[in-house]
Design a protein around this ligand. Structure first.
Ligand SMILES: NC(=O)c1ccc[n+]([C@@H]2O[C@H](COP(=O)([O-])OP(=O)(O)OC[C@H]3O[C@@H](n4cnc5c(N)ncnc54)[C@H](OP(=O)(O)O)[C@@H]3O)[C@@H](O)[C@H]2O)c1
Length: 310
């Protein structure tokens, strides 16, 4: 048996329960991971609250990204490149039920983790990294461009911004004022979201590069998409990951469906290990304090990831 956080019905933080669950046996090509840390994501909140209609039976486990050590290896399980997986290997990965002491996932959902990266940082990367790389495939940005990034201070925004800047783009990112210093520290030009955004974007973009926005990536909902359209950015140079109603209505690019490739995770961990990518940790909580962790996460005041350390 091991402990996992579950919920038996949709609802608020109060529906979360820390329980003992049987340790499921491994099927072929699966691995079991002893979890060292698990990141919290908006998906967890949206699934728990019932905002997302999921065809997953109750009781449901929660969490979708983790880092830890290989506990056991199923028949035929290898890393993405065919290399053998060994008990004790440090890994990071994704799979429903990451907020727990143990998870079983297909070997195709894990990647090797350099020893220099701690579990908290590693567990913060899978969703933000895979989503950001997919966003950059759907809407590539590069040298000389100026990108308007909506929701730059979120986990996906932080990773996306660093990747876009590494590709030669300038990034103007919307965020609350308290997060502007951090955004400046990673090379983003921060601006406050909300009323009057279009004027602020125009004023700042005139001082940069070609003097205009050449691409828009929205990681929050709608506002940056509207600003992009109003500024005349071509619709095939505007994309979103969050407000699907607005994406369809405005006929701009949608980042989903997602391609999740463990090779991409290894690209990102190499960047973190070399110091060219950072993801801050806002706070860590034990499994016993998962409710407090979600309360802090849903308040969204701090910069960086909220992480559970079992
Ligand atoms: N489709 C997918 O597969 C997929 C994958 C990953 C994420 N997502 C979605 O993408 C969104 C972002 O995810 P995330 O992990 O980056 O979230 P996150 O880490 O929770 O960050 C959300 C950020 O949004 C900011 N924010 C709040 N109101 C805002 C506004 N009006 N304009 C701009 N920013 C605002 C908050 O910071 P401040 O208000 O303090 O600036 C907060 O830091 C979520 O809706 C998530 O569900 C989708």
């Amino acid at each position: 048996m091991s402990r996992a956080v579950i919920y038996r019905e949709p609802g608020g933080i109060e529906v979360l329960a820390l329980v003992e669950v049987p340790d499921s046996a491994l099927a072929a090509a699966q691995v079991a991971v002893t979890i060292g840390a698990a990141g919290l994501n908006p998906f967890d909140t949206k699934a728990r609250s019932g905002f997302l209609a999921l065809e997953i039976p109750f009781p449901r486990r929660i969490g979708m990204e983790f880092a830890g050590a290989i506990e056991s290896v199923g028949v035929g399980a290898t890393y993405w490149d065919g290399a053998p997986i060994r008990v004790g290997d440090p890994v990071l990965g994704w799979g429903l039920g990451g907020i727990a002491e143990r998870i079983v996932v297909p070997a195709s959902q894990i990647a090797r983790l350099p020893l220099s990266i701690g579990a908290e940082v590693a567990a913060s990367l899978p969703t933000a990294a895979l989503t950001s790389l997919q966003a950059l495939r759907v809407l590539p940005v590069g040298e000389g461009e100026t990108v308007l990034l909506g929701g730059a201070a979120g986990a996906v925004g932080i990773v996306y911004a660093q990747l876009a800047i590494a590709r030669g783009a300038r990034v103007i990112g919307t965020a609350s004022v308290g997060k502007h210093d951090f955004l400046r520290s990673i090379g983003v030009v921060p601006i406050q979201y909300g009323e009057g955004l279009i004027d602020r974007v125009e004023a700042v973009s005139k001082t940069l590069g070609e003097g205009r926005i050449t691409a828009v990536q929205d990681n929050h909902g709608r506002e940056a998409l509207d600003v992009g359209v109003a500024l005349g950015v071509p619709r095939d140079r505007i994309s979103g990951i969050a407000g699907y109603g607005a994406i369809a209505e405005l006929d701009v690019l949608s980042v989903g469906p997602f391609v999740r490739d463990p090779k991409d995770l290894e690209e990102i961990t190499m960047r973190v290990a070399s110091g060219s990518m950072t993801i801050p940790i806002a706070a860590t909580y034990s499994l016993e304090h998962v409710g407090a962790a979600f309360a802090a996460f849903e308040a969204a005041h701090a910069v960086g990831k909220i992480v559970i350390i079992p």
